[in-house]
Design a protein around this ligand. Structure first.
Ligand SMILES: Nc1ncnc2c1ncn2[C@@H]1O[C@H](COP(=O)(O)OP(=O)(O)OP(=O)(O)O)[C@@H](O)[C@H]1O
Length: 227
């Protein structure tokens, strides 16, 4: 395995494996993402990008192939150890924010840190700092319903980065926003990612956003090709 932050080798995944109607979604995926590299994953709908992100982020397992983060092979871990590795190493952002509605913006960023053993005081300080870095320090006490769509996604970015992951995985992180807001929110995400030196794999249909990342790859017919 190379020493990329994320290394996928020979990843294959089918649904209904061996049954009539088997869908071969991933047919041998090799990918290495270097430290600090931001990679755009461009794929037609249904091409398997969510499946790929879930396998890379240890939310799902491949039928074949290996997943390593910072050179550590995580393929054979037990479910408990995989969950622990995911919590420590990977931040996720989705198209919809998935913030907890009964908690404030700040609390949504504090909670994953408490689950990771961080003290309440340190977690609140980090959450406030993260909110400031995406330009919404003044929204800390608002619940998600009282935030705009763009603000909700900014909070979701902060939550994903709360536990200083090694890798950020994002599935259409601005896909739910109008073009102008999408542009601003993407810029906020890139500022945050660059400031932390994080590596990221970001799925998008938006070719303008893809062009602003370090490298583009296309997922087609279960295989990756340069963008
Ligand atoms: N649990 C499942 N069981 C059976 N088939 C599945 C399952 N999950 C996904 N699929 C199929 O695998 C293929 C890839 O799905 P996936 O969600 O990874 O695509 P995607 O590229 O993320 O699509 P979109 O951009 O529309 O979200 C699709 O044909 C889908 O129907």
């Amino acid at each position: 395995m190379s020493d990329g932050v994320l290394t996928l080798s020979g990843i294959e995944k089918s649904y209904n494996l061996g049954l009539p109607g088997e869908v071969r979604v991933l047919r041998g995926i090799d990918l290495s993402i270097a430290r600090g590299e931001v990679v755009a994953l461009v794929a037609p709908s249904g091409a398997g990008k969510s499946t790929l992100l879930h396998i890379a982020g240890l939310l799902d397992t491949a039928d074949r192939g290996r997943v390593a983060i910072e050179g550590e092979d995580l393929t054979e871990l037990s479910d408990n150890r995989r969950t622990a590795a995911r919590r420590a190493d990977v931040g996720f952002v989705y198209q919809f924010h998935h913030l907890l509605p009964e908690f404030s913006a700040l609390e949504n960023i504090v909670l994953p840190q408490l689950a990771n053993g961080v003290s309440q005081t340190a977690a609140r300080a980090r959450a406030q700092e993260l909110l400031g870095s995406v330009g919404i320090a003044g929204r800390a006490d608002h619940r998600p319903a009282a935030l705009s769509g763009g603000e909700q996604q900014r909070v979701a970015f902060c939550r994903a980065l709360a536990n200083t992951p090694k890798l950020l995985l994002a599935d259409e992180p601005t896909g739910n926003l109008d073009p102008a807001t999408s542009d601003q929110v993407f810029a906020a995400l890139m500022t945050l990612v660059r400031a932390t030196g994080l590596s990221a794999l970001i799925a998008t249909h938006n070719l303008e956003l893809a062009a602003r990342m370090d490298r583009q790859i296309r997922l087609e017919a279960g295989r990756l090709a340069p963008g």
